[in-house]
Design a protein around this ligand. Structure first.
Ligand SMILES: NC(=O)C1=CN([C@@H]2O[C@H](COP(=O)(O)OP(=O)(O)OC[C@H]3O[C@@H](n4cnc5c(N)ncnc54)[C@H](O)[C@@H]3O)[C@@H](O)[C@H]2O)[C@@H](O)CC1
Ligand SMILES: Nc1ncnc2c1ncn2[C@@H]1O[C@H](COP(=O)(O)OP(=O)(O)O)[C@@H](O)[C@H]1O
Ligand SMILES: [K+]
Length: 493
């Protein structure tokens, strides 16, 4: 199994179909899935403990029947509640139900008295509408009982593609999924309802999933570790990349300095802050390892970038919104360097995503780092972004329009590339929601791109490093801490 690959619901269905067509019976897949659930349940139950299994009308319920049979055979006391009449089960789910010879009661009659575990096999990736009525009532009862819940595939009520709650959802202590995680396991609010997630190999070949487009990943080191720059013995500072960060005017220079520090800490050999003359003194007072250069106009930026040692430019944090910023973005892009655009650089192109795409295509590589508000402003009139069915599809469409790698920031940050790859962050911390934290992220991406790391991998690595640093640091984190704590996280890689 390719552990950082994730599968959209349609791709999972297609992978099942192709595997079955290649000669593996669906029942074999279901047996393996149910066995994986039973194994996880054993680890959560006392010997001969009571387990309540909630089965839905589809194949998710089928997995529940398989687990029920196996756990009953092992001596656990199984109570199985089924949604709807047994006769309505079909296909593999009906076959799985036939193999289970214990009692089946109506879902409405289920109670959690004395149960050590509830297995939620109501709905998986086949959820198509909001949960209501008897199912919703049952979910509320189980959630109130406080009994640990093991979700089969995904907590019932969570949309597999978007992570949204359809009506209600049953929070799980653990989730066992099959072949690969689905986007809904990583996207909020779904992520918070899954508990610990494990992936069971049910025999879907990697090759079957490798061809799917778009290609979705969990943003984990395995995705980009091989491309992370490491200095060779014979390197020198300019071989490690030289990043240029543009500072805003006098009263808002902090954001650019935060970014510059992030770029230096992640390994750029040299970082220069390009500052308006009026702000040179304030910047100089705060900088040591970072160099300083005056720059007030697009022409001056062009002259500065005649120095070929500059490999990446960051523009936006604290820069100001307007025509002057647009002109600077164009001037930077024209020089064909790596380009990272954030904050005011993005807002300066509000409603003009296609124009920004044309500008960005001149850069060697371009990464955009919008938060939700910037995303809305930039793509307010762009088709297929605001009306996308979920955040990863919106991110991919956005990347296509701006011809750049886009980091859609938030509690479940997505990195999308115009080549059809997208990666969702699996683990982060809300302590990152602090002023200036995004500026440091901009610096980290810029530093990695300055060192020659490919844009998608650089963006993914930066997002992961930023999140990991926040997790390690924890409560009390402020933006300044991120760059200082980053070396510890880099060492861990
Ligand atoms: N061969 C396969 O396809 C495999 C599938 N597996 C399991 O199958 C699941 C997917 O199975 P299905 O596609 O049958 O889908 P589900 O079992 O998730 O649910 C589909 C059923 O629920 C009904 N339904 C959907 N939303 C509803 C709502 N809001 N209220 C009431 N009823 C609703 C549908 O009409 C359909 O009958 C996976 O999550 C996984 O657990 C595993 O057994 C592995 C192999
Ligand atoms: N709830 C959250 N959980 C995890 N990370 C978050 C959360 N909210 C914001 N972040 C992260 O914090 C950073 C904030 O960036 P941004 O909004 O640009 O702030 P600023 O402009 O103050 O630097 C982003 O990397 C974002 O992903
Ligand atoms: K489920």
């Amino acid at each position: 199994m390719n552990h950082h690959r994730i599968l959209a619901v349609a791709h999972m269905r297609e992978a099942d179909r192709l595997t079955i067509a290649s000669g593996v019976p669906g029942m074999v897949l279901m047996e393996r899935a149910g066995a994986g659930v039973a194994q996880a349940a054993r680890a959560m139950l006392a010997p001969t403990g009571r387990v309540v299994i909630l089965c839905g009308p589809g194949n998710n319920g089928g997995d529940g029947f398989i687990a029920a049979r196996r756990l009953a055979e092992d001596g656990y006391r199984v109570t199985l509640g089924l949604l709807g009449p047994r006769e309505r089960l079909s296909g593999d789910a009906a076959a799985a139900a036939r193999l289970y010879d214990g009692p089946v009661i109506a879902l409405e009659d289920i109670t959690c008295d004395e149960a050590g575990l509830v297995i939620d096999a109501l709905f998986g990736t086949g959820l198509t509408r909001d949960l209501e009525g008897a199912v919703a009532a049952c979910i509320a009862r189980v959630a109130r009982s406080g009994v640990p819940v093991l979700a089969v595939d995904i907590p019932s009520g969570i949309d597999g593609d978007s992570g949204a709650i359809r009506g209600v959802a049953l929070p799980a202590t653990r989730t066992v999924t099959f072949a690969a995680r689905k986007p809904g396991h990583l996207l909020l609010p779904g992520r918070d309802l899954c508990g610990a997630i494990s992936v069971v190999d049910i025999g879907i070949p990697d090759a079957t999933c490798d061809g799917f487009a778009p290609a979705l990943f969990a943003n984990e080191p395995a995705l980009w570790r091989d491309t992370l720059p490491r200095p060779e013995s014979d390197t020198h500072k300019y071989k490690r990349g030289h990043a240029l960060v543009l500072s805003g005017e006098m009263h808002r220079t902090g954001a650019a300095r935060l970014a510059a520090r992030g770029a230096l800490r992640v390994g750029a050999g040299a970082v220069t802050l390009a500052s308006p003359r009026a702000a040179l003194a304030v910047n100089a007072a705060h900088l040591t390892a970072i160099m300083l250069a005056p720059c007030d106009t697009p022409e001056e930026l062009g002259v500065l970038l005649e120095d070929r040692r500059f490999t990446a430019v960051a523009l936006g944090p604290g820069y100001g919104v307007g025509e002057a910023t647009r002109a600077m973005v164009k001037a930077a892009a024209r020089t064909g360097r790596g380009l990272v655009l954030d904050a005011d650089a993005l807002t300066s192109f509000a409603g003009e995503a296609y124009t920004l795409g044309m500008v960005a295509s001149a850069a060697r590589a371009c990464v955009l780092t919008p938060h939700e508000g910037e995303m809305r402003r930039l793509f307010e009139s762009a088709e297929g972004v605001r009306d996308a069915p979920n955040r990863w599809q919106a991110a991919l469409r956005a990347a296509e329009i701006v011809r750049s790698v886009v980091i859609c920031k938030g509690g479940d940050t997505i990195v999308a590339s115009p080549d059809g790859r997208a990666a969702i962050l699996a683990e982060t911390t809300p302590y990152l929601a602090t002023a200036g934290s995004g500026d440091v992220l901009t610096g980290i991406v810029t530093g990695l791109i300055a060192q020659g790391m490919p844009a998608f991998e650089a963006a993914c690595a930066a997002v992961w490093l930023h999140a990991r640093t926040g997790i390690v640091y924890g409560p009390g984190l402020i933006a300044e801490d991120l760059s200082e704590a980053l070396p510890g996280v880099l060492r861990g890689l």
